[in-house]
Design a protein around this ligand. Structure first.
Ligand code: PBG
Length: 344
């Protein structure tokens, strides 16, 4: 054995910090905030211990809690008072996100990002306008649950792509007019970044950046979020529009398309099971890379922590540090506040 190399020399306490390759800062983190128009009080989210849906009247207080930890950015999700086939509360001037963002930007210094999607706003829970075939089948199933779930069987495309783009663009513009600093389209409609960029520019918001959910997989790890934001699909799944977890090369095509369409930040989602993809995007693009450490990644550590099987705080820190080490510059995480509080 070559005893001239002793890596342990650099693992001693005084020198560890000097040779450390990755540092997590509160300014890397984005905290998700759920604003719920159906409630007057804070409602704990059962599958995400420590998180709550807050009424519009508490949105500012909630964001102030985030800021007090040192985290400077939030991403706002809304639960509307009512839903319809097209998700029209998503772009309503007095919609839940618009009202919350207006207050947050008026009263705090937070950097406010909004998620631009329709699944929380449509009564069927899909991220866009249904095709007539999917709509008919869904209506038939509502009266007779034995009718086959066509979308699930992979028979048809559930969501009309091009018609959805216009609604996403309207939603993004309405968020920005309410004060949002950045918009993040997450419906996985082809062309969503270009549609938002064009609409924002036409409305003279050319300085508002778009963070593209460029590489978003059809993931089982979104389960707790769908409870939190009440956005689970009422039938079928999202495999016709979200990415197949088997695909790594496709991620590069997705990121390339969004980069060409003017995305300012490229996101990979989920994070931990897809760190290879985070590293690929980091290597191939010079854009800032975001990673979304999603609800299921949060819930599993919390659940194991509650059981005493692991230390949730330490494993959360290690997870988020690893996401940064893999190449993410911005990390959306439900651990944002806990981690920021524990940083030196
Ligand atoms: C909206 C959206 C989802 C998430 C973020 N934006 C749900 C989904 O695509 O099903 C998931 C976030 C999480 O799980 O933390 N489309």
């Amino acid at each position: 054995m070559d005893m001239t190399r002793r890596p342990r020399r650099l693992r001693r306490d005084g020198v560890r910090g000097l040779v450390s390759e990755t540092t997590l800062n509160a300014s890397d983190l984005i905290a998700p905030v759920f604003v719920d128009a159906t409630t007057d009080e804070r409602v704990p989210i059962e599958s995400m211990p420590g998180h709550e849906r807050v009424p519009v009247s508490e949105a500012v207080a909630r964001v102030e809690e985030v800021l007090a930890t040192g985290v400077e950015a939030v991403i706002v999700f809304g639960i509307p008072e009512s839903k319809d086939a097209r998700g029209s509360r998503a772009w309503a001037e007095d919609g839940v996100v618009q009202e919350a963002v207006r207050r947050i930007t008026a009263e705090t210094d937070a950097y406010v990002i909004t998620d631009v999607c329709l699944c929380e706003y449509t009564e069927h829970g899909h991220c866009g306008v249904l095709t007539s075939e999917a709509r008919e089948r869904w209506e038939a199933r509502r009266s007779d649950p034995s009718v086959a779930d066509g979308a699930h069987a992979g028979e048809g495309l559930t969501v009309k792509n091009d018609e959805t783009l216009d609604l996403l663009a309207r939603t993004a513009v309405s968020h920005v007019e309410a004060g949002a600093d950045m918009v993040a389209p997450s419906s996985m409609a082809d062309g969503q970044v270009g549609a938002l960029r064009t609409a924002l520019d036409e409305a003279s918001h050319e300085n508002v950046p778009v963070m593209a959910y460029a590489v978003k997989y059809e993931s089982a790890f979104y389960g707790p979020f769908r409870d939190a934001a009440d956005g689970a699909p009422a039938f079928g799944d999202r495999r016709h529009y979200q990415m197949d977890p088997a695909n790594r090369r496709e991620a590069m095509r997705m990121a390339e398309r969004d980069a060409a369409a003017g995305a300012d930040v490229l996101m990979v989602k989920p994070a931990l099971p897809y760190l290879d993809v985070v590293a690929d995007v980091r290597r191939e693009f010079d854009h800032p890379v975001a990673a979304y450490n999603v609800s299921g990644e949060y819930a599993m550590l919390q659940a194991a922590g509650e059981k005493g099987w692991l230390d949730a705080t330490e494993s959360a820190y290690e997870s988020v540090l690893s996401i940064k080490r893999a190449g993410a510059d911005l990390i959306i995480t439900y651990f944002a506040e806990d981690i920021a509080r524990s940083l030196p």
